[in-house]
Design a protein around this ligand. Structure first.
Ligand SMILES: [Zn+2]
Length: 111
């Protein structure tokens, strides 16, 4: 194995570790965050719900535009499973905020 391969492996491993750590942090915040609309705890289910919607949207896009490549950022990071309120997540502040759709600039709005 060349040195460059080992370095690449280290960078990829570090990046993956960082992503999974951020994901775990987001889920911990969700477990303690109360929906500002209905007062329910968001919990991991809300994060899963948002991920599911994103995966579904990507699948639809791929079906509608076969062969096209997309670079789409997932803006909605949690969806309250009780009332459906959508939230973004600020990784710096480690908190959720109500998702507001920016007209014409957002490609991941609801289906
Ligand atoms: Zn709610």
């Amino acid at each position: 194995m060349g040195l460059s391969f080992i370095l690449l492996l280290a960078v990829v491993t570090l990046a993956a570790w960082s992503v999974s750590r951020d994901e775990a942090k987001k889920r911990r915040v969700a477990a303690e965050f109360r929906c500002t609309k209905c007062g329910s705890l968001l919990g991991e289910d809300a994060v899963d719900a948002a991920d599911k919607v994103h995966v579904e949207q990507m699948k639809q896009l791929r079906e509608q535009h076969p062969g096209a490549r997309f670079r789409i950022v997932q803006n909605i990071k949690a969806i309250c499973t009780v009332c459906g309120q959508q939230y973004t997540y600020d990784e710096k502040e480690q908190m959720f905020a109500i998702y507001k759709r920016r007209w014409g600039r957002d490609s991941s709005d609801e289906i």
